[in-house]
Design a protein around this ligand. Structure first.
Ligand SMILES: Cc1cc2nc3c(=O)[nH]c(=O)nc-3n(C[C@H](O)[C@H](O)[C@H](O)COP(=O)(O)O)c2cc1C
Length: 171
């Protein structure tokens, strides 16, 4: 489902204007062997610079067994300074809506000095809301809620981009 949900999120980002999207697709990247991983990251990865360059993140994830998949945890663990003091929102989906994945992810992102938006999206059984072209087409209220979450993310992005530059963070 992920590409379908991602298209919906990118369409909403396009509507907000002025946002440059860099899509990191976990099916298209590989990370080094975990034996090289140490606290605080590891050797440079193929996507480290892209994460470093980003000012805000939208994590799009299914829920697997009441959490988010191990592939996403590896992407997170393989980076450290790249995430620091940046905001994120979460769009999760699953049979039951993906809320357990959202709450697990929030705690992990907090450990990386990240801020998550209050509003995150949990989409129950999104495969039941596809239009004839196979696009995700939920009720308008759901798309409006996504727009609100992205507005929150944008506010945090401005605040934290300024803070990273102008306010030293306590060691
Ligand atoms: C191993 C596995 C575990 C799952 N566990 C949950 C779950 O705990 N809660 C839930 O709401 N959906 C669960 N699902 C349903 C998935 O969220 C749903 O199939 C979703 O479409 C998977 O996303 P994907 O198609 O992008 O992989 C699970 C699916 C798989 C494959």
């Amino acid at each position: 489902m992920s590409p379908t949900i991602t298209d919906w999120v990118i369409a909403a980002l396009d509507q907000t204007g002025g946002v440059e999207v860099d899509l990191i697709d976990l099916t298209k990247i590989s990370l080094p062997d975990d034996s090289q991983l140490y606290p605080g990251g590891g050797p440079e990865t193929a996507v480290g610079e892209r994460i470093e360059a980003a000012e805000a993140f939208v994590f799009i994830t299914p829920e697997y067994n009441h959490s988010y998949p191990a592939s996403l945890k590896r992407l997170i663990d393989w980076h450290y300074r790249e995430w620091k003091l940046k905001p994120a929102t979460i769009v999760a989906y699953g049979v039951q809506g993906g809320h357990a994945a959202i709450e697990h992810l929030r705690g992990v992102l907090a450990e990386l000095n990240m801020i998550t938006t209050r509003r995150c999206m949990g989409l129950p059984a999104p495969w039941e809301n596809l239009d004839d072209a196979g696009r995700y087409a939920p009720a308008d209220s759901v798309t409006k809620a996504l727009t609100s979450a992205l507005a929150e993310l944008s506010w945090w992005s401005d605040v934290l981009t300024d803070a990273r530059t102008n306010r030293p963070f306590p060691a």
